[in-house]
Design a protein around this ligand. Structure first.
Ligand SMILES: C[S@@+](CC[C@H](N)C(=O)[O-])C[C@H]1O[C@@H](n2cnc3c(N)ncnc32)[C@H](O)[C@@H]1O
Length: 213
């Protein structure tokens, strides 16, 4: 089914509102999963306004943030000059980030904007050192199929080139295909941006932990 302009606008609006309602920084399940990061090299993908990268640095890590927005990077650089901010596309990471030297790659609230899932996963694998970890936290793809009243509205299996809505299986498979070993996949009922109509029977977010062997 081709998306109509109306559908595209509605989709953009939902995602704009969700992005605005996200608490900046690391979500609680990510904070809980993180051990001491002293001496660790961490790469934050699609670093956005930089809060997550700054919190990872507060945990002792040496952090690099990558984003494709010059404006976002300039603002982050001004607020946190000790973090290295690099402009780049996460689907074809800059060469200097593909040298297998990161102990942790953090990908938070990213997947909506990824059109090439295999390129994204291959970049993560090439950034990680042997034994390095990927932590990915995002909205659960099933949550995008329900509306604000928790009525199932969208086709979870619908393929739509204009609106990437990767299924959980596609995300995990891309990570495995890039050579990472899945260690854990947790699902949570919380759906950010929709606290009033939250229905705990519907998955809201997920946390994927994978490791480069
Ligand atoms: C929702 S924010 C990310 C939030 C952040 N990761 C966090 O944990 O708080 C999305 C960011 O992705 C960036 N972005 C979108 N597409 C990108 C791409 N292909 N490569 C790199 N960054 C991208 C945007 O500039 C924006 O700053």
């Amino acid at each position: 089914m081709e998306p109509t302009d109306h559908n595209l606008r509605a989709w953009d609006e939902v995602h704009r509102r969700r992005a605005e309602s996200l608490e900046p920084g690391l979500p609680p399940p990510v904070r809980h999963a993180l051990a001491d990061l002293k001496g660790k090299r961490v790469l934050t993908l699609q670093s956005g306004t930089g809060e997550s990268a700054a919190q990872l640095a507060d945990l002792g890590a040496t952090v690099t943030g990558v984003d494709n927005s010059t404006e976002a990077l300039a603002a982050s650089r001004e607020r946190w000059p000790r973090i290295l901010w690099i402009e780049g596309d996460v689907q074809s990471l800059p060469r200097e980030l593909r040298r297998g030297r990161f102990d942790l790659v953090y990908a938070g609230w990213n997947v909506d904007e990824v059109h090439d899932l295999d390129g994204w996963a291959a970049g993560i694998a090439s950034a990680l050192s042997a034994g390095g970890d990927l932590l990915m936290f995002d909205e659960h793809p099933a949550a995008k199929s329900v509306d604000g009243l928790m009525h199932w509205r969208e086709d979870y299996f619908g393929e739509d080139k204009h609106l990437p809505n990767w299924r959980l299986g596609q995300i995990v498979t891309a990570v495995a295909r890039a050579g990472l070993v899945v260690r854990a996949l947790e699902e949570y009922p919380e759906q950010p941006g929709n606290p009033r109509h939250h229905d705990a029977r519907v998955p809201g977010t997920f946390l994927l932990h994978a490791r480069r062997p």
